[in-house]
Ligand binder design. Structure first.
Ligand code: TIU
Length: 233
């Protein structure tokens, strides 16, 4: 049995194919100037720091041929899936659907809505477009996970207290064993990130676990390296 060194206690890794990497909304709209995050008045440069760590995890999952699910937050061009409450919230100058420097803000298919080039999905990797903050709301994520008999989710992405936390809570209620990677998630507000990590692992892991990427990668190597090697041979 291999465990990831985690909080509030070690996280047991399933041996065979029951684990997936979930990368939430690593999109230009949240990480680059001129996107949705910027339009909401945030310093988007803060989020860049986690890109190499998310990439390391992505490469580890690819190496061991474990499933990867990425999400993007975005809306249909006619905004039919965007409730007025979301559209009007915040009274920012550039709203969802308005034209910004990277195309229409938070609209599927626009340049700014794409996943950042460093994490571009490979053919065959699943990308889930989601209209809400949670990745289970109005998406096929749950049925795709059940189809692959996934029970364990390693969660990464942005922003920690908004889409990441919402998704992790949704997943936890559906019975998935969730671990949030501390240095592979970021917020525009450092104190919100810290509080979120604490909330998740409080009360004996009421929402799940948190751990450093290095601990996750070490445990993956111990568990899956032999399997990946024997498949290659
Ligand atoms: N604004 C903010 O912090 N986040 C979002 O709007 N979406 C995600 O977290 N992806």
């Amino acid at each position: 049995m291999v465990f990831i060194s985690a909080l509030p206690y070690d996280y047991e890794l399933p041996f065979n194919g029951k684990i997936a990497l979930l990368i939430i909304d690593m999109q230009r709209d949240f990480l680059e100037p001129g996107g949705f995050g910027d339009a909401l008045g945030n310093d988007v440069s803060r989020l860049q720091a986690i890109v190499p760590t998310v990439k390391q995890l992505l490469e580890a999952f690819r190496t061991y041929k474990l499933p990867v699910f990425q999400t993007i937050e975005g809306h249909q061009p006619d905004l039919s899936d965007c409730p007025p409450a979301k559209l009007l919230r915040g009274k920012s100058q550039l709203k969802i659907g308005d034209v910004g420097p990277m195309g229409r803000i938070l609209i599927l298919g626009e340049a700014g809505n794409a996943i950042i080039p460093e994490l571009e999905p490979l053919p065959g990797e699943t990308v889930i477009a989601k209209p809400g903050k949670g990745a289970f709301f109005h998406t096929k994520l749950e049925s795709l996970l059940r189809e692959k008999e996934i029970t364990h989710l390693i969660v990464t992405g942005v922003t920690t207290e908004v889409c990441v936390q919402t998704t992790m809570r949704e997943a936890n209620d559906r019975g998935f064993e969730c671990l949030l990677v501390e240095d592979a998630t970021e917020s525009y507000f450092p104190n919100f990130k810290q509080s979120t990590l604490e909330m998740i692992r409080a009360q004996g892991g009421i929402v799940g676990w948190t751990a450093k990427a290095e601990s996750v990668i070490d445990a993956l190597e111990k568990t899956y390296k032999a399997v990946a090697t024997s498949v290659t041979l």
